[in-house]
Write a protein that binds this ligand. Structure first.
Ligand SMILES: [Zn+2]
Length: 710
């Protein structure tokens, strides 16, 4: 029914590398010219025109001399060993293999233009047998990778199929009376197409009779166009999603989108080469695909738990689980086969209560209670548990135990963090002392490959008590560079600091060495500092090793990626976050109010303050003539003291206000009457064309856009 549209600003696009790298030459130039050698690192880049990821190499600036490299010893979190999971437990391997029908050979998917690579599993072949012995990857993470790499089409139950590991997420296919219902068509169109073709090759071509999106994250709907044939009448099938899906899908991650992209670059290891010393996965899967994204607007929303629908003859009972892993999310139970699709609320690892790429902290308590609800609703009948990521689990008792253990995981994290913070402990302290109950800690599916106990505890603390830990000493700290300079000064210079840091690394405390050495690097202006002072180079070499020790020792894939990306930044002399644009895109599917909100956070406060100080306040009226939502029709944009305020004008008020601006707002300088599309074009910088109705000074709009441009 509705056209596809691209969502280039969404957070998950980090997976496909939204990075607008300029030129290889520029990267080379900026690399610190010390000890060049033949070592290269692959940096994902984005052609800003077509959004396709490409790959190229930049010379590594800093290499580590042997004397420093000898300090390489992966630093593993020394805490619990008694309650570690057992490598003798091979059930996950068996579950991941069960029902196997066929794999994509080779496991490589090209981008639509045939030039790029949307997906490449072959790069992860080093995770094969024996990889547990690699000194550069935590053995638990190797295990997670070995199971995550099992790819292809699988039969989960009669008429229920999954295509796994052809993206970060799973596609689930239900065989109905007349055709197939596709649930969660992956992240990219290319991968979804490859996945559905793999199904067709093995099960025969069947018409699409329904589409279902489990939740509002792009790795569960972005590939939609890949499973819908050209010219298909979308109105002829149900497109089902949880209530609030579209709103969450288009709105989440817009305002702070660029910041999330920048942090996501580190979290998902997008700048890292895929090898035993680089990217080895993300915990929920190996990584997400590159390629085109799409979205269809749902025509049927699930609004309450217990709602039942029959789609192409397949009976489904829904459980709504909003504000757990996504703002709009649901689980499904299929009574005919006793399969429970738990979406992303019980993955095969600990999920994020707070995510390192940045987002509002999720509700661990609600998460835990929704899992208990899933047990009471479906636990007594479920024989197979499947998810939107990772592999299934068979057996009623096993599934019940799994759901209960994960319920307790999130419940324990929440309750004990709150108990300890009420005793006066800070998030940092709680993260060090809290230990999960033995049965939780020993369960492979509770291990922190994606979320971690440490950062989830800090997130729960933050959700209740903010960033401030209540310690006066932390209330007014210097920013990193200024603080770094004072530490360097106090320690008698960079050389002495490095000497001490080296001793800490040698003692196996790379964690504190990172703290010390990052002061030295921050003092010099950060990883992109062009100083070639030998003392600083030495400090950087040591810091690279210290970061790599932490990365190699990390059980958590996202921690690993953060540490190794930091090391790569030091090697290359580039701050990778600079590659991500700082401005969110004004996408045409956003509500008008959100366009204005995006502009407001792009307004250059200083210049806008100067340009709009009394008596030059700016006010522009906008009447959107074809807006379907009445409340979005009439607006007044006011720029005052460097702030862009959007005021919604109720019908009838506009005319009166045109002549009677309020006391604090100057007279309206421009009134525009235009369509939504024309408004968007204007906000993007195309000046009004003659066909637009307006009164007043068009220059007022240009003034506003100029203030946003900088
Ligand atoms: Zn997902």
């Amino acid at each position: 029914m509705s056209p596809l549209f691209l969502l280039p600003y969404l957070f998950y696009f980090i997976y496909q590398s939204y990075v607008a790298l300029k030129k290889r030459a520029a990267a080379r130039k900026a690399a610190v010219p010390v000890q060049q050698d033949a070592e290269k690192n692959s940096i994902l880049a984005l052609d800003s025109k077509d959004g396709l990821a490409t790959s190229f190499s930049i010379d590594v600036g800093i290499t580590t001399p042997t004397s420093v490299r000898n300090l390489h010893v992966a630093q593993v979190n020394p805490r619990p060993t008694v309650n570690d999971p057992s490598f003798d437990d091979r059930d996950d391997y068996a579950d991941a293999d069960r029902g196997f029908i066929a794999a994509l050979e080779p496991g490589i998917i090209k981008t639509a233009d045939g030039k790029g690579t949307a997906w490449d599993l072959e790069k992860y072949s080093f995770l094969d047998k024996g990889a547990e012995a690699l000194p550069t990857i935590h053995p638990n993470l190797v295990r997670q990778g070995q199971i995550s790499i099992k790819q292809g089409l699988y039969e989960v139950a009669k008429g229920v199929y999954q295509v796994r590991a052809l993206d970060v997420s799973n596609m689930t296919i239900l065989e109905g009376d007349k055709g197939i219902v596709v649930i969660d068509p992956l992240t990219s169109v290319e991968c979804a197409r490859a996945a559905i073709e793999l199904y067709y090759e093995n099960r025969g071509r069947r018409p699409l009779t329904g589409l279902i999106f489990s939740h509002s994250h792009v790795d569960h709907f972005g590939g939609s166009a890949g499973v819908v044939p050209d010219g298909f009448d979308l109105a002829s099938i149900p497109i089902i999603a949880p209530q609030g899906f579209l709103d969450a899908a288009v709105k989440e991650n817009v305002i702070a989108g660029p910041a999330m992209l920048k942090r996501g670059l580190s979290m998902f290891g997008q700048a890292l080469p895929t090898n035993p010393s680089g990217l080895v996965g993300v915990g929920l899967g190996l990584g997400a695909s590159n390629g085109d994204r799409s979205l269809y607007i749902p025509n049927q929303l699930i609004t309450k738990t217990g709602e039942e629908h029959t789609v192409d003859g397949v009976h489904i009972i829904f459980q709504i689980v909003p504000d757990t892993e996504a703002p709009a999310e649901m689980n499904f139970f299929f009574p005919a086969t006793n399969v429970l699709l738990i979406s992303e609320t019980a993955t095969n690892c600990m999920h994020n209560i707070t995510t390192l790429r940045g987002a509002q902290v999720r509700d661990a308590k609600a998460w835990s209670l929704y899992l208990d609800e899933a047990i009471s609703l479906f636990g007594g009948a479920t024989d197979v548990l499947i998810g939107s990521h990772n592999w299934p689990m068979w057996g009623r008792r096993r599934v019940q135990e799994r759901l209960a253990t994960q319920r307790d995981l999130y419940g324990y994290l929440h309750d004990q963090t709150v108990r300890l913070m009420n005793q006066g402990k800070t998030g940092t302290e709680i993260a060090e002392i809290l230990e999960l109950p033995p049965a939780v800690s020993r369960a492979w599916y509770c291990r922190g490959f994606y979320g971690s106990l440490s950062h989830n505890v800090k997130g729960i603390y933050q959700r209740y008590l903010t960033w401030f830990d209540g310690r006066a000493a932390h209330l007014w700290q210097y920013p990193p560079q200024e603080e770094g300079q004072r530490y360097v000064d106090t320690l008698g210079g960079v050389a002495t600091l490095s000497e001490k840091a080296e001793a800490y690394i040698a003692q196996g405390d790379s964690r504190f060495a990172v703290t010390l050495l990052s002061h030295a690097v921050a003092a010099a202006g950060g990883p992109a500092s062009t100083s070639s002072s030998p003392e600083l180079v030495r400090a950087k070499q040591l810091l690279i090793v210290a970061y790599e020790n932490l990365g190699f020792g990390a059980e958590n894939a996202t921690w690993r990626n953060f540490f190794l990306t930091a090391a790569l930044e030091l090697r290359t002399g580039r701050d990778f976050r600079d590659f991500v644009p700082s401005r969110a895109t004004l996408a045409d599917n956003l509500p008008v109010a959100q366009w204005f909100d995006v502009l407001a956070v792009q307004l250059n406060g200083e210049r806008a303050t100067a340009a709009t100080s009394t008596p030059a306040k700016l006010a522009i009226d906008v009447d959107v003539v074809d807006e379907t939502l009445p409340e979005d029709k009439r607006w007044r944009l006011i720029v005052s003291n460097g702030v862009l305020t959007r005021r919604r004008l109720t019908p009838g008020v506009l005319a009166a206000m045109e002549t009677a601006a309020d006391d604090t707002t100057e007279k309206v300088k421009l009134s525009l009457v235009l369509t939504r599309a024309q408004l968007l074009a204007n906000l993007k910088g195309a000046l009004p064309v003659e066909s637009i109705k307006y009164e007043g000074d068009l220059g007022a709009l240009q003034t506003l856009l100029d203030l946003v441009a900088a």
